[in-house]
Design a protein around this ligand. Structure first.
Ligand code: ARG
Length: 422
């Protein structure tokens, strides 16, 4: 019988984690392996044909179940992450460089254990509600499998525990009919793709193009061991000088550093996406796409969608604390640039992996409907002024895991065609 550590009664230290036959926040893990067979459809959702048992469709004449060119075309199918199995990362070099120093002792103390169960329970309630709302809006909702991310693994280059399958946006990138499992930079995310494999195989069998770029080795050479991480000023200076915790040892990138607007794809060099990764993508996509590298005044760039969120054809929400250095390119193209108002997230909410700017991390169901946190009144008002229809959904506790509606999802299919908006 395989056992996992269960974190009881919030954060009471390593000693509080106890081994038990597996039951975590009401969900039963029963398995011969650490991936549990579970429906990938959200409950109550109308099923699409199950391709799992069907033969692979020989190329070409089949409409791919994966198809999305931008962030706003009418949404048909989406993957929503899950909290089950979410594990606190250890305080490694790359985690330290990407997180607020206020949380370092938390990672140091509890790394490798499940996130506090009461908090996860509340986050789970919000995510289930989010799934119901998406279904009611006519969207097919799919879910990753449950994985025990607290299980330790080793490769020839490193040993780590996992993180979570909460943020499909971080790992999965859809460009047209192709779905990428991105070569992420955190050691704790090396095996994250396993939670999505069942879905990816299903999409592939039904005609999607499925790509896994070269897997990084993640040996010590991928990380600048001397990256100074003591103060924000240092990080500001280094980011401005183009110095990041990841080196150019090998390509790496997170999907969430990319933002899609048809033929134009915007990306930032970040703590988890290096220039070699961007170049890999440029060559892979070829001349049909323009890859634009954007940069921001941001001491800690990681995932572009709480910094520069393109929510419509020629409409972008920008972060006033992280000005974009290439904004004139968008002005010249006639885009509407809307600055996000200050977030309202209370100070006492733990944000273990992000800033408060998750308020602008919204998800478009089409050009009008925008899913936004229900308490974020200032940005809700902004959306109303822009003529959008806000769909207000609670997301407070789910924010704590490091993402908003855009991060918690990956839009698999939107109805639309490849266009140019620049
Ligand atoms: N790094 C961003 C911030 O702290 C959070 C981005 C979250 N996005 C994501 N896809 N996980 O503001």
């Amino acid at each position: 019988m395989i056992r996992v550590r269960i974190f009881r009664g919030g954060c009471r230290g390593r000693e509080a984690a106890r081994f038990t036959s597996i039951q975590a926040f009401g969900k039963i893990f029963c398995r011969t392996e650490n991936v549990v067979r579970k429906s990938t459809f959200a409950p109550g959702v109308k099923k699409v044909p199950d391709f799992a048992e069907t033969k692979v469709v020989p190329g070409g004449n089949q409409k791919s179940p994966v198809s999305s060119h931008n962030e706003w075309d009418p949404l048909e199918e989406i993957i929503v992450g899950r909290v089950e199995g979410a594990t606190i990362p250890s305080l490694t070099h790359e985690v330290k460089a990407n997180t607020n120093h206020k949380n370092w002792s938390f990672f140091e103390k509890y790394g490798g254990q499940l996130f506090p169960s009461q908090h996860l329970h509340k986050a789970s309630g919000e995510i289930e509600e989010f799934c119901r709302i998406l279904s009611n809006e006519g969207v097919i909702v799919r879910r990753p499998e449950i994985v025990d991310f607290s299980r330790e693994y080793s490769t020839p280059d490193f040993t780590s525990t996992g993180l979570y399958a909460a943020m499909p946006r971080d790992i999965l990138l859809v460009i047209g009919e192709e779905i990428f499992e991105c070569p992420m930079a955190w050691r704790s995310r090396f095996f994250e793709y396993r939670a999505y494999r069942k879905l990816l195989k299903e999409y592939f069998r039904a005609g999607a193009k499925w790509t896994s770029p070269p897997k990084p080795q993640m040996s010590d050479e991928l990380y600048d061991q001397s990256y100074p991480m003591t103060c924000v000023e240092d990080r500001h200076r280094l980011a401005a000088e183009g110095k990041f915790v990841t080196t150019e040892f090998e390509p790496c990138f997170d999907a969430a550093d990319f933002m899609r607007a048809g033929r134009d794809i915007f990306v930032q060099r970040s703590q988890v996406t290096n220039m070699m990764g961007i170049e890999w993508m440029r060559r892979h996509l070829g001349p049909e796409y323009n890859i634009h590298v954007l940069s921001f005044s941001d001491p800690n760039p990681m995932h572009i969608d709480a910094t520069f969120n393109i929510i419509g054809p020629g409409l972008v929400i920008t972060n006033p604390e992280r000005p974009c250095h290439q904004l004139s390119m968008f002005r010249n193209a006639g885009w509407t640039i809307a600055e996000a108002p200050l977030p309202t997230i209370p100070d006492d909410l733990p944000l273990w992996m992000s800033s408060k700017w998750l308020s602008m991390n919204v998800l478009m169901l089409d050009q009008k409907r925008v899913v936004v946190e229900k308490n974020e009144t200032p940005i809700i008002k902004l959306f109303e002024r822009l003529g959008l229809t806000p769909i207000k959904v609670p997301m407070k506790y789910a924010f704590s895991l490091g993402g908003g509606f855009h991060c918690w999802t990956c839009d698999v299919r939107r109805r639309g065609t490849l266009e140019s908006y620049m």
